[in-house]
Write a new protein. Structure first.
Length: 363
C-alpha cells in the first residue's frame, strides 16, 4: 500500500490491519458530493454511481501559504498555488466486479484505487444515509475481509452548519487472559464554512467540511480478578474538504490533511471541475436580481429580499473583486473604482443560498 494513499486520508494510523480499515472509512467520507445551487445541499440522488471514474491530483509538499483558513460565512480560500506531483484514479464499480464479491453481495457499490489494486471498500446507499459495509484486501497474498465498524458515514441532506458525532468501541485480547486493548473511535464532522474557493483550475462556490477522527487505545493488564489500565495512546486526525455544486465533480474538489496539532498542512489534493463562467450560466435564479443603471459608471442599485445578504462581484474571468454585506432592501454598491469591463454580481444569503446573479457593464 503506497505512502501517498496512506497519507491522503486523515486516519493514516498504523494500527496493524486497521490502517486499511480506517483508510476505507475515510474514502466514503470523501465521496459524498453534490452541492445544489439555491440552498447548498448534499443529496443522495446526486451521489457517485457505478461506472464513475475520478482523477485526483496530489500536492505532497504544499506551499506554506496553503492553510484551512477561516470558518464562517462568505469566506475566500486561495489554493491557486497547489501543484500536481502525483495523480490517482478512483473507480466506482459493482461489487460483483471485485475479487471480494462473495463477501459483499448485499452492497451497492465498491471503491477501488489505481494505486492500491488489492484493496476495495464497500457501501450501501439509502435515501437518508451512506452506509459503510466493509473492506476487502490482501495481506501478503492472504485475503482479509474486514467488516468491523459498519456505520452510517453521512446523513442526507447535508447543509451549512450540519454536524454529526459518532463513537465506536472495539475490544481485542492481545495475550490470552493477560493483556487487552480497548479502542475508541470518535468521528465528528461539521459543515463549518461556505464561500469562494480558488484552485489552479479556477474559482468555485463551495462548502467546507471539517472532519476529525480520534483513535484512543487503552491497554489493560489482568491484575488479580480485575483489568487494570496501564497505558493509553491517542491519535488525533483532522482533515478539511471543499465541495462544490458541480454535478460532474462527484467528489470533494479540494482536500487538506493536517498534522496532529491542526497547524500544518501535510498533504493536499484537488480535482478539475467546471470553471466559474460555465457555472454562472447554470445557476438557478431564486430571485429576480436587476441591477441599474446598467451600464454603470459610479454606482449600481438593486432591490433585495429582506434580511442579511452577501453581494460578491466577480470579473468575468472569475476573479473576486468586491464583497459587501447588505442589510437594506434597497441596495447600492459603489463601482467607481472598477476597471471598465463585464462583471457578475452573485447575491447570497447568510446560509450560502444563492438568491440570484446578474451581469453588468462598468464604463
Amino acid at each position: 500500500m503506497s505512502y501517498v494513499k496512506l497519507t491522503k486520508n486523515f486516519d493514516r494510523i498504523f494500527h496493524g490491519n486497521r490502517i486499511v480499515q480506517t483508510k476505507i472509512i475515510i474514502y466514503c467520507l470523501l465521496l459524498v458530493n453534490t452541492l445544489a445551487f439555491g440552498q447548498i445541499t448534499v443529496d443522495h440522488a446526486q451521489f457517485i454511481s457505478v461506472g464513475d471514474s475520478i482523477v485526483e491530483h496530489y500536492d505532497r509538499s504544499p506551499n506554506i501559504n496553503i492553510t484551512p483558513g477561516d470558518k464562517g460565512e462568505n469566506v475566500t480560500w486561495d489554493f491557486q498555488f497547489l501543484e500536481s506531483d502525483f495523480t490517482d484514479t478512483l473507480s466506482i464499480v459493482s461489487p460483483s466486479k471485485t475479487r471480494f464479491s462473495e463477501h459483499f453481495s448485499a452492497s451497492d457499490i465498491a471503491l477501488c484505487l489505481s494505486s492500491t489494486p488489492d484493496v476495495a471498500s464497500f457501501f450501501n446507499k439509502t435515501d437518508d444515509n451512506l452506509q459503510y459495509t466493509g473492506t476487502g484486501y490482501y495481506d501478503q497474498s492472504k485475503m482479509v475481509i474486514d467488516t468491523q465498524n459498519k456505520r452510517s458515514i453521512l446523513k442526507y441532506p447535508l447543509q451549512y452548519l450540519d454536524e454529526d458525532y459518532q463513537v465506536l468501541k472495539e475490544e481485542k485480547i492481545l495475550f490470552k487472559d493477560s493483556i487487552k486493548v480497548l479502542t475508541t473511535l470518535e468521528y465528528h464532522y461539521k459543515v463549518d464554512a461556505w464561500g469562494d474557493l480558488k484552485l489552479p483550475t479556477g474559482l468555485f462556490f463551495a462548502l467546507r467540511v471539517k472532519r476529525s477522527l480520534t483513535i484512543t487505545d487503552a491497554y489493560y493488564k489482568l491484575s488479580g480478578f480485575w483489568w487494570e489500565k496501564y497505558q493509553e495512546k491517542i491519535f488525533p486526525n483532522i482533515t478539511y474538504e471543499w465541495w462544490t455544486d458541480n454535478p460532474n465533480a462527484k467528489h470533494h474538489i479540494a482536500y487538506l490533511v493536517m498534522d496532529s496539532s491542526n497547524e500544518k498542512v501535510l498533504h493536499a489534493s484537488f480535482i478539475p471541475a467546471i470553471p466559474f463562467k460555465e457555472k454562472i450560466e447554470q445557476v438557478k435564479q431564486n430571485f429576480d436580481l436587476t441591477l441599474y443603471p446598467n451600464p454603470a459608471q459610479s454606482v449600481i442599485n438593486m432591490n433585495l429580499p429582506a434580511g442579511k445578504k452577501y453581494a460578491n462581484i466577480y470579473s468575468f474571468s472569475g476573479q473576486l473583486v468586491h464583497s459587501e454585506t447588505l442589510f437594506s432592501e434597497k441596495g447600492q454598491i459603489n463601482v467607481s473604482r472598477f476597471s471598465s469591463g463585464l462583471y457578475v454580481l452573485v447575491l447570497k444569503s447568510d446560509s450560502g443560498e444563492i438568491f440570484g446573479t446578474s451581469k453588468f457593464i462598468k464604463r
